[in-house]
Design a protein around this ligand. Sequence first.
Ligand SMILES: Cc1cc2nc3c(=O)[nH]c(=O)nc-3n(C[C@H](O)[C@H](O)[C@H](O)COP(=O)(O)OP(=O)(O)OC[C@H]3O[C@@H](n4cnc5c(N)ncnc54)[C@H](O)[C@@H]3O)c2cc1C
Length: 470
Amino acid sequence: MLLESTPLSGAAIRDLEAHLLGELIHPAHYDYAAARQVWNRAIDWHPALIVRAADAADVIRTIAFAREQDLPLAVRSGGHSMAGHGTVDGGVVLDLGRLQGLSIDPERRVAWAQPGLTWGQYAERANAYGLATSAGDTASVGLGGLTLGGGIGWMVRSHGLTIDNLLSVELVTADGRLLRASAEEHPDLFWGLRGGGGNFGVATAFQFRLRPAGLILGGALVYPATRAVLRGWADYAVQAPDELTTIVFIMPAPPAPFIPPDQVGKLVALIGLCYVGDLETGQRIVEPLRRLGSPMVADLSGPMPYPAMFALTEEASRPEQSAVRSGYLHALAGDSLDAIVEHAARMPTPGGLVQLRALGGAMARVPADATAFAHRDKRFMATVMGSTHDPAAVDRQRAWAEGLWGVLRPSTEGVYMNFLEDEGPSRVREAYAPATFARLVAIKRQYDPTNLFRLNQNISPTDCRSGEVS
Ligand SMILES: Cc1cc2nc3c(=O)[nH]c(=O)nc-3n(C[C@H](O)[C@H](O)[C@H](O)COP(=O)(O)OP(=O)(O)OC[C@H]3O[C@@H](n4cnc5c(N)ncnc54)[C@H](O)[C@@H]3O)c2cc1C
């Protein structure tokens, strides 16, 4: 029984369903309530239809359907968009979560992977060969969105962004063509796909380079959150050898087995670390981080398989209502650190955090114009997350996040597009250098002139390129 109550053409829907290898989910479907949800539970929209695509042909058909029916189209891989772009009220969701194919060639160190895999699944499979691709810090994030936005994670200083390890993309464009974009084929499109997000089409497969990363020196060091600890970390983290990537999470200590009971709920700086290389050398490189303050709350560092890193973020990454503000910084000044510590201590309810990432290394050695990700010169990224599972605390957590962001914002320059909420066109522009943005607009005009793919951090074909008059 299909959507008799909607203004959509029943015949068109029946035709779509008859030709799908995957599944069509409408509001009366038993699985609709689950299928419409995305990671950010603050987004509570009701799509008219959800297509769980089974292959690229389903993607082509769904794009044609949305275009012909003039319906807004949301594209979803892992559903972790902070802005909730993986769903839409009254439109069509193209859900790629079932596209989970993965083929690994350990000799050539190349993987073909589909967008519905999570990075946790990918890391586990690759680790069987002692290999990894640089991705994010969280297992449940999807390949699709993270890759197209750039990909900043546990190996960003050692192996660069995810897009620096991307060799080609299979993409269905707005006019229904299945293309391969690489350095040789549609090179301009390939440039735009590396940082331009979902603006140019629907990626049905990615080809990644893999690097050796069987056992890494990883885990975390937990300290009381003080300015001195954060200063020591920041100064060391950006000038450490490339092999070491660190991310600091400033938050109330969780009731975990590794936290002494008297420390639970106190504000801590959890320094996640990932050293990729010789383990003995790694111990020497990590050592200064073990002397940032005394007493340390917990030392959870040691050799481990790379996918074990994701355990650090598992609890904090469960679906929740979340408010996010983020930006890059050239430096972390003392008063910013003071503000972070003071403000974090006033978090209304546990669940939120401040995240500081040290960048540089391999990521910074790729020229800024080599891909559509232009902010390679920034040394830090600061993110305030006002998350909570408690519906009654949502507004307070958001106000808290915005309060700290108000203090940090003047020191920031640019933003990572994957860490944007729906913050308006001017913030999308901040994600790109002006020349990068102008080139993205030109590619958009070529591949999606009607802006079919607009439920994203949108680069509109009618956006002005620099020098143009609006
Ligand atoms: C808990 C959490 C932790 C995170 N940690 C990191 C991190 O460590 N590093 C990092 O870089 N990012 C991180 N992110 C941000 C993450 O990269 C983005 O939210 C990303 O968009 C998620 O990808 P997804 O496929 O899961 O999301 P989705 O919501 O499915 O997709 C987001 C958007 O990407 C586009 N898109 C997705 N798939 C495709 C496709 N196949 N073809 C075309 N367009 C597509 C669409 O525009 C879509 O709206 C994190 C996010 C969360 C919620």
